[in-house]
Design a protein around this ligand. Structure first.
Ligand SMILES: Nc1ncnc2c1ncn2[C@@H]1O[C@H](COP(=O)(O)OP(=O)(O)OP(=O)(O)O)[C@@H](O)[C@H]1O
Length: 263
């Protein structure tokens, strides 16, 4: 059994992440201010908001790329993320995927995933080391999950944009993070790839916790249960999609600011 299948879900009401009074100051400009945000184990949370609302900055703080000027960020109740460096936070079980896929294009799907396994650090050792039965089982499970089993031996460079995105999500999953931070995972995808991505996120959320930053409102409407709307560096409103769509503050913030698919 995969580690995360056993370790996740300590209790459905328990928080995996608690952010309180967060402030990020860029030379006097407060990109985040008095931001409170929390997440329970197994949630698939969508983070939306107009350009410049602070979505990326919040993910940057969680993964340790940016240090806040004020506030606390606790992972699994006791781990103060503000006291850890980015690489340590990755090791603690938080995986980040940026918008553009960054796979090794000359390596196969299988090799890309094998490289990402926790135990195998260096490129050469990862490629030459024998995979154990347990590791092979994990690799196949993940290839199946991301829909690339039939392309195991194809070079990543030959994959479609959507398939590259799924491969990168698979690579993140090989590190068995408890919390995944995904930046616009469906950007640039075809409609059918977008649909598959939404389904994949729900499948992942059965065992892991995910925060998705998203601009595509049609995608959010279709796949989100709980949505947090950021505006000017703080939480404007949080709730299910119906609450969000009926909220006057949200309408005001979005009105005239964007023309988006399905918005
Ligand atoms: N390194 C930086 N230095 C100065 N200002 C920054 C820096 N990074 C971000 N900002 C500013 O902080 C604010 C929040 O930016 P952020 O990228 O978090 O917004 P966002 O909600 O992710 O926007 P978008 O949807 O456009 O990606 C913006 O006004 C941005 O210009």
């Amino acid at each position: 059994m995969l580690r995360q299948l056993a370790s996740q879900q300590p209790g459905i009401d328990q928080k995996i992440l608690s952010v309180t009074g967060l402030e990020v100051d860029f030379d006097g400009f407060k990109a985040l201010r008095n931001l409170d945000f929390s997440l329970q184990y197994g949630e698939l949370r969508f983070l939306i908001g107009p350009n410049g609302a602070g979505k990326t900055t919040l993910l940057d703080v969680i993964c340790g790329k940016i240090k806040p000027s004020q506030g606390s960020v606790y992972f699994k109740d006791t781990i103060d993320l503000t006291k850890h460096q980015e690489h340590q936070i990755a090791g603690l079980g938080i995986g980040r995927k940026f918008q553009a896929p960054s796979v090794f294009s000359t390596l196969t799907v299988f090799e890309n995933l094998a490289l990402s396994m926790k135990q195998q650090r260096g490129l050469l050792s990862a490629l030459w080391a024998k995979t154990t039965n347990e590791q092979r089982e994990r690799l196949h499970l993940r290839m199946d999950m991301i829909g690339l089993k039939s392309k195991a031996n194809e070079r990543a460079g030959s994959l479609s944009h959507g398939e590259k995105q799924w491969l990168e999500i698979g690579m993140l999953l090989m590190q068995e993070p408890d919390l995944l931070l995904l930046d616009e995972p469906a950007a640039g995808m075809t409609d059918s790839e977008t649909e598959k991505t939404g389904e994949l996120l729900h499948e992942i959320a059965a065992n892991q916790t995910i925060i998705v930053v998203e601009h595509d409102m049609a995608f959010v409407r279709q796949f989100a249960k709980t949505v947090t709307v950021l505006h000017e560096g703080t939480v404007l409103v949080e709730g299910n999609m119906t609450d969000i769509q009926n909220d006057e503050k949200v309408a005001e913030v979005y009105l005239g600011r964007r023309v988006e698919r399905g918005a």
